[in-house]
Design a protein around this ligand. Structure first.
Ligand code: HEC
Ligand code: HEC
Ligand code: HEC
Ligand code: HEC
Ligand code: HEC
Ligand code: HEC
Ligand code: HEC
Ligand code: HEC
Length: 487
């Protein structure tokens, strides 16, 4: 009972000081003095240390003459400043940890000048420079930092450098971004706990992980769900109806997108950003073939495909590949394409009579089965967990007998060229471009691909003229070829 009356009061206590008395802001680095050891908390690990390896603190990275540094085993970072800029002419990099990086100039405006304004990392996809609001003057102001920072430093203001850019002592999203300033708690850890209960476990996440209001209308654009709508998506799922929260599955103190960065608990067990796996609640969902052998995909490959997307640029294969995992979970088993996933104007995900959305089979199956169609997939999808994969059809397409990496065309090129490679069977591959000193310039393919002839386009925007190498790695074999960029 107490919680229901206590919560609004708590919110007031923490929100009012944040807004009215920014000069009293207590930096979340202070949390480390107590939570920076495994013994203080129930968690059984060093919360601060682990947290600093997740994406959250790296939303805004100060630049001082050199690129920002990311924790070991996480982001490769941004190799160079955008075209025509030096690190000295920039004050912050936004992101650069997960999918993309944008750059804040000294005057508080986001760098938007030309085609190389945004650097896409795409974790397991292609790295490349793409335009971002070409030529528009876009300020890094409250519109961004309500989700991308925790707050101003104690002595500074939001506006010290320009009317649009503050000074951030602890840039990025720190403990207080979710828990509130918690100054009281620090005086008395037991009597004034920071923001707790469902506000923290679910709705607080939606302050940043939803666009617009917290409804189950899910914004879409260009045939993909937009990129940070996890809250809206979950509202449109049965998991929400069943009372799950974001924190049912997630431990936001532990790195998710870079599992190799996560440490261990007091007992030496590896930590995971996912607290509960699908199988904990849905046992016996393994999909098998007639002979009992398992199908290659994991639960999340089919149920959380990358149907969300924000970035511009090249598409791999047949284009059913965004850059963010969906949180709808439900699969539409009909032989329909992605158009029917959205409202006719393309602006929202279509909801059924119960307010649920579902992801179509092109997003679910075709990213791996690139030469197949939704009609093919629909032949298996209905009751797939009870039926398994029976009645496997003969594949009508011509499968190459061996691996091959062909010469790019055109060559020499400026600035785009096509690279073709052949795969005799479904396999994990990596195709990347390197410069003459062996630095990786771009990753053109990285993941499980179906057998067949694959073509990808390489965009050499903003690279200097010269010789480059492209390399295909598949089943421990390496194929390499040379190409020439001539401006
Ligand atoms: C003076 C030491 C100290 C500082 C500084 C401190 N904490 Fe704590 N905190 C504690 C202790 C002790 C506990 C109780 C132990 C436990 O619940 O594991 C606690 C508990 C918590 C809890 C759990 C409360 C509950 O009811 O379960 C949260 C959340 C928390 N702290 C967040 C923070 C945040 C965020 C900061 C920084 C803004 C912070 N703490 C700074 C000592 C501190
Ligand atoms: C992205 C949001 C978010 C941020 C940022 C965050 N936390 Fe938490 N924290 C949570 C959630 C959600 C829970 C509750 C988990 C649950 O109920 O299962 C929690 C629980 C806790 C607890 C109590 C449970 C435990 O594991 O002992 C402590 C202590 C805590 N956080 C400290 C911190 C500290 C210190 C930081 C900064 C280093 C921090 N948190 C940053 C979301 C966050
Ligand atoms: C103040 C805004 C804000 C809040 C509140 C917030 N997030 Fe985030 N979250 C972000 C941003 C921005 C990113 C992108 C970070 C990146 O990858 O660089 C992110 C990234 C993540 C990631 C990927 C992180 C990783 O390590 O790979 C997860 C998972 C996540 N958020 C879950 C949550 C959950 C669950 C909550 C609520 C407990 C929450 N977030 C609250 C802004 C927020
Ligand atoms: C409603 C909250 C919100 C607002 C407002 C917002 N963002 Fe984000 N942003 C996020 C979240 C959440 C993510 C992580 C994407 C995801 O989880 O799907 C993100 C991701 C990013 C990334 C990619 C980071 C990475 O490492 O991959 C960049 C860059 C970015 N935002 C820049 C901006 C800029 C610039 C603005 C202002 C023009 C802005 N954002 C406004 C919530 C927000
Ligand atoms: C905490 C338990 C829990 C976890 C963890 C969980 N689920 Fe569920 N899920 C449920 C419950 C409960 C339902 C509703 C079951 C019903 O209606 O019969 C459900 C329903 C579903 C549905 C049916 C949706 C619909 O609208 O028909 C799918 C698909 C699903 N879950 C997939 C997943 C996947 C994939 C994961 C892992 C990413 C996962 N679940 C993790 C509890 C969980
Ligand atoms: C090859 C793709 C694929 C994989 C892998 C997959 N699923 Fe499914 N799953 C489906 C499809 C398609 C449906 C829809 C079946 C229907 O509605 O008749 C479904 C339905 C479901 C449902 C709801 C209906 C039901 O049959 O219970 C749950 C729950 C579920 N899956 C959980 C899981 C879990 C847990 C895993 C991982 C162990 C998993 N799935 C792996 C494709 C997949
Ligand atoms: C049923 C479990 C479950 C729930 C509930 C859940 N997530 Fe996730 N989430 C996952 C899993 C599993 C992944 C990793 C997907 C993968 O492996 O591709 C993930 C990934 C993410 C990512 C990273 C996306 C990416 O593509 O890298 C973000 C951000 C995120 N979740 C935020 C949230 C937020 C915010 C909520 C609440 C609104 C939430 N999640 C609820 C299971 C869940
Ligand atoms: C993560 C990648 C991935 C996803 C997603 C995926 N598959 Fe597969 N699938 C594979 C791999 C790998 C094989 C093994 C091919 C082989 O052994 O030759 C395979 C084999 C198959 C086969 C037998 C071989 C064939 O081509 O006829 C069928 C049928 C099949 N999958 C159906 C589906 C359906 C239906 C979906 C979506 C509901 C799906 N798969 C989603 C990777 C995937």
């Amino acid at each position: 009972m107490k919680r229901f009356y206590g919560l609004p009061v708590l919110l007031l206590i923490f929100l009012v000081p944040l807004v009215l008395q920014a000069q009293n802001y207590v930096g979340s680095d202070a949390c480390m003095s107590c939570h920076g050891s495994a013994d203080v908390t129930q968690a059984g690990y060093n919360i601060y240390e682990e947290y600093m390896k997740t994406g959250h603190p790296f939303k805004l990275n100060p630049v001082s003459g050199a690129p920002p540094v990311y924790p070991t085993n996480t982001s490769p970072g941004v190799p160079e400043p955008p075209h025509g800029m030096t690190w000295d002419s920039l004050s912050y990099v936004i992101g650069g940890f997960g999918w993309k990086a944008r750059f804040v100039k000294k005057n508080g405006y986001i760098f938007t000048a030309n085609d190389s304004a945004q650097y896409n990392l795409w974790g397991s996809g292609e790295t490349q420079w793409v335009p971002y609001h070409k030529g528009e003057a876009k300020a890094y102001n409250y519109n961004c930092f309500k989700c991308h920072t925790t707050g101003p430093e104690p002595t500074g203001s939001w506006n010290e450098i320009t009317p649009d850019l503050g000074t951030f002592a602890e840039p990025g999203i720190r403990c207080e971004g979710c828990h509130g300033p918690a100054s009281d708690h620090m005086a008395s850890a037991t009597t004034h706990p920071p923001i707790q209960a469902d506000s923290l476990r679910y709705h607080r996440c939606g302050d940043c992980h939803s666009r617009g209001s917290k409804t189950n209308m899910i914004p879409a654009k260009g045939g993909f769900i937009r990129h940070h709508e996890q809250y809206n998506e979950m509202q449109a799922s049965k998991h929400n109806t069943m009372g799950l929260t974001c924190a049912t599955c997630h431990n936001t103190h532990v790195a998710l997108r870079y599992p190799d960065a996560a440490g261990t608990d007091n007992n030496g067990n590896p930590l995971s950003g996912i607290k509960l796996e699908c199988e904990n609640c849905h046992p016996n969902k393994q999909i098998t073939f007639q002979d009992g052998s398992p199908h290659a995909a994991e639960c999340t490959d089919c149920h959380m495909p990358n149907a969300s997307k924000s970035a511009l640029g090249a598409q791999l294969g047949n284009g059913w590949k965004g850059d963010v995992a969906t949180h709808l979970w439900k699969i539409d088993t009909r032989a329909v394409g992605r158009d029917s996933m959205f409202t006719p104007d393309g602006k929202y995900v279509r909801l059924d009579d119960n307010g649920y959305g579902a992801v179509t089979l092109d997003f679910v199956c075709l990213p791996c089965h690139q030469d197949k169609t939704v009609e093919w997939a629909a032949g298996f999808a209905l009751d797939i967990h009870t039926n398994g994969l029976v009645g496997i059809p003969e594949s009508p397409i011509e499968i190459p007998v061996d691996f091959a990496l062909l010469q790019n065309y055109p060559n020499p090129f400026n600035p785009t060229t096509t690279i073709e490679f052949h795969l005799p069977r479904t396999t994990r591959v990596k195709l990347a471009v390197y410069n003459t000193v062996g630095q990786e310039i771009a990753v053109l393919a990285n993941g499980v691909l179906a057998p067949g002839k694959h073509r990808v386009t390489f965009y050499a925007n903003d690279l200097p003229s010269g010789i480059y190498f492209y390399r295909l790695e598949a089943e421990k074999q390496i194929f390499s070829r040379k190409m020439v960029l001539m401006r």
